[in-house]
Design a protein around this ligand. Structure first.
Ligand code: M6R
Length: 359
């Protein structure tokens, strides 16, 4: 049932606009965000949100920590579940524990959730599979409505997790009255635009195919970005390494000078996520520093940076989260096209399983 697509991953990348529309349906209203599944007292007495997840779900969590603090003015911290379990964390009851998992069965996330419950914390989960272990164990849960995801490399689940987390940050913002009506309306309007900007454009897909021919020879890849584009850089690098088996690392763009730039040479490909709406000059100058040290730069942006070696040119938009979704699809396609050129099994990469139910 690949419906003409070469791999399930490709089908799932193309499905993202539709599943995002499903995820928003009935939740983004004219006046604000509504989650029928949440008790309105859930955030009473809560002053911090602790997010916990693994892999791609961790990257969605990390993305949302910027949104929770920026939009809802609520403290948020993010934990990798396998670390959280053994670090003897200090937990206080004014913290909401938020587990994120596509499958709802990931062993480390499930055990972390059990620990939070034992410590008496309120728990919430964001999952894609109803009635999964994590859903059953949490006090409340929100489903992502991505549909069944078959590709081991997560795509549409990530897209919907970020959407739910963004909606949740607005839900908390309403509760805490941290946004004025105009700001909230602007966020709601932008959210409604997300499915449109996530529709795959032929020109961008074709461009990633052309780039893939050369990039499959890369010795190493940096994905760089700032703010929400940093977790997206981590996610872009994870996608590439999972299915192409090429070495790729995601970095905050501002970290380059603290060590990684030592690796720069023409065989190091830098995928720079350059937002025009957020920290443009800062990210551009980080990209220039890498270019000056001869790294091959691929600029993923709506801005035509003429000194880059390659471009994936995105449509212009006026909100950084719309750029986020445009860049997300571009980096997913690039990873997939490189893996296809390498003749790898994109849906079932070596050494990986869809759901990690053991520690
Ligand atoms: O089902 P989960 O979201 O809990 O899974 C977590 C990770 O195992 C998962 O995201 C993994 O990193 C994917 N293969 C990423 O593409």
């Amino acid at each position: 049932q690949k419906e003409g697509y070469r791999f399930f991953m490709e089908k799932e990348i193309y499905e993202q606009a539709d599943v995002l529309a499903d995820t928003l349906r009935g939740r983004v209203l004219d006046t604000g965000i509504e989650f029928d599944e949440l008790d309105e007292n859930l955030f009473d007495g809560i002053s911090e949100i602790k997010l916990c997840a693994c892999g791609t779900s961790y990257h969605a969590a990390l993305t949302s920590s910027y949104l929770f603090e920026r939009l809802a003015k609520i403290k948020s911290s993010v934990e990798i579940a396998s670390e959280f379990r053994y670090k003897e964390p200090l937990l206080t009851k004014d913290t909401l524990f938020l587990a994120i998992s596509q499958s709802g069965e990931t062993a480390d996330t499930l055990e972390a959730l059990k620990m939070a419950k034992q410590a008496g914390l309120k728990t919430l989960s964001i999952c894609n599979v109803d009635n999964s272990s994590i859903v059953r164990l949490s006090d409340a849960s929100i489903l992502t409505r991505a549909g069944i995801e078959k590709g081991v490399a997560s795509t549409k689940a990530f897209a919907t997790q970020v959407a739910v987390l963004w909606m949740l940050s607005l839900y908390v913002a309403q509760f805490k009255k941290s946004l004025d009506t105009k700001e909230l309306q602007n966020e709601l309007h932008t959210l409604r635009e997300v499915p449109n900007v996530t529709v795959i454009k032929d020109a961008i897909h074709e461009k990633t195919k052309r780039l893939a021919k050369r990039y499959l020879h890369g010795h190493g890849f940096f994905f760089i970005g700032r703010d929400v584009f940093y977790p997206l850089a981590l996610e872009g690098a994870l996608k590439l390494k999972e299915i192409s088996y090429l070495h790729a690392e995601g970095y905050p763009a501002g970290e380059m000078k603290h060590g990684p730039i030592a690796l720069a040479d023409p065989e190091l490909f830098t995928i720079a996520l350059l937002s025009e709406n957020l920290l443009f000059e800062k990210t551009k100058s980080n990209m220039e520093e890498l270019g000056a040290r001869d790294s091959t730069i691929c600029c993923v942006s709506s801005y035509m940076y003429d000194k880059a070696d390659d471009f994936i040119v995105l449509p212009k938009c006026n909100h950084y989260m719309l750029e986020f979704y445009e860049m997300m699809t571009a980096t997913q396609l690039l990873a997939m096209e490189i893996a296809i050129k390498l003749e790898n099994d994109v849906d079932m990469p070596r050494n990986l399983a869809k759901s990690v139910t053991v520690e």
